[in-house]
Ligand binder design. Sequence first.
Ligand code: AMP
Ligand code: FES
Ligand code: ZN
Length: 313
Amino acid sequence: MKCVRCKAKAEVHLRAHNAGFCRPCYLGYFRRQVERTIAHDHMFRPDERILVAVSGGKDSLALWDVLVGLGYQTTGLYLGLGIGGYSDRSRERAEAFAGARDLPLVVRSLADEGSGLAVPDVAAATRRVPCAACGAMKRHFFDAVAHEGQFDVLATGHNLDDEAARLLGNVLRWQRDHLARQRPVLEPTHPKFVRKVKPLYLLSEYETAVYAFMSGIDYVVEECPNAEGATQLVYKDALNRLETASPGTKHAFVKEFVRTAQTLFADDAARGVPGECQQCGMPAFGAICSFCSLVREVEAKRARRAAAELTAG
Ligand code: AMP
Ligand code: FES
Ligand code: ZN
């Protein structure tokens, strides 16, 4: 197969687009897709400051690489979740990437934010599945760091496979309120929130993996040991089978949802304007935000354990 651009020997074949590319043309294709998505969906402008959430994985590092190449003002944010060796290795990759390119990187670690706040400890203390606890903590710190650093935008590396799996899950259960918020650009609903964007939402996991590999990005290959809730993986697997039978299915599913169907659910997003958390001051729908309520649960558990030890001793 030949490269559709320059007719050299193709190194990668994208069945969904029925196109082959050589290495330089593939890198150009990938960058241009990201650039187009940013422009089409009005994600951000060159004068805006972008906080890029980087996990050390291929998607977020590929995203950061492309944004830097396009000349955007970026700062990375790595959040240490305290998931053993996996978190250590992820942090190393994020730091090595930033260090080699002289890019600013903010590193925050849950364990330093308060004792018992690492993901496994919170999950055990609150009897939540680790991913649920992890999601709540990530959301809080992404918002808090973006607010503290006065960034204009928060960008994450969610790819087409992530968005298609999430969409399938939401559709199978007709979760209207979730569908209402499944957008590649979320405008802030409170002055302490910033715009949230997903510039890779139309590029598949395979495409980002090829980009990261071809650009020589050293990323953490292993998945989180808590494996993103088994159902998400079942949806990804089902979608991959549909994709094999009919290339382009994932792309059409997500793109057409966002461009035509998503607005039908927009009313369901009208949860009103959030107030502020009495504890941390970040936006919240109740008296305290979900992060602070998690922290309270962890503290209550610790206090009960300490009391029990005292009585036993
Ligand atoms: P995930 O929820 O693991 O699928 O990750 C989705 C996106 O969230 C990634 O592409 C990153 O942009 C961001 N992200 C995930 N984990 C971290 C982390 N530990 N620190 C910073 N950003 C993260
Ligand atoms: Fe959050 Fe795995 S990344 S539980
Ligand atoms: Zn709070």
